[in-house]
Design a protein around this ligand. Structure first.
Ligand SMILES: [Zn+2]
Ligand SMILES: [Zn+2]
Length: 130
């Protein structure tokens, strides 16, 4: 009985995540709440966790930031600005072979994240002196 409602909720949350840019669960909840005020914070957090556990979305753990979520499952790396927190996708041929590795020696790789922490162009312009 609750399954149809669950399916609708999951669709709403996944669609919102696809339109958002690596949001935290709280940020995504704020976006969803504007159009779906009846969807609770607990539901958004729970469904996001399920998606991540099932491999539908990726969990990202950036330096000094809450867990972020990414609906883009195509292999890509991330640049994370430590000043403004902006996360940008990097699709670069140099990294793709690394991201596609299934094993390293006798170690089986289940997931790989490539994360560059630094200062984005806007922030380095804003400070002016570096
Ligand atoms: Zn920045
Ligand atoms: Zn991404």
């Amino acid at each position: 009985m609750e399954s149809k409602r669950n399916t609708e909720q999951k669709k709403t949350i996944l669609n919102a995540l696809m339109c958002a840019d690596h949001p935290t669960a709280s940020e995504l909840f704020e976006v969803i709440r504007r159009e779906n005020p009846r969807l609770s914070r607990a539901t958004v957090f729970r469904v996001l966790g399920q998606f991540a556990d099932d491999g539908v979305v990726r969990r990202l753990h950036f330096l000094g930031s809450d867990t972020r979520f990414d609906a883009r499952t195509v292999p890509h790396a991330h640049c994370h600005c430590i000043k403004c927190g902006r996360v940008t996708d990097v699709f670069d041929g140099d990294f793709t072979p690394l991201l596609a590795l299934n094993e390293v020696g006798d170690f089986t790789v289940l997931s790989t994240e490539i994360e560059f922490n630094g200062i984005c162009a806007d922030c380095s312009r804003a400070t002016g002196d570096n």
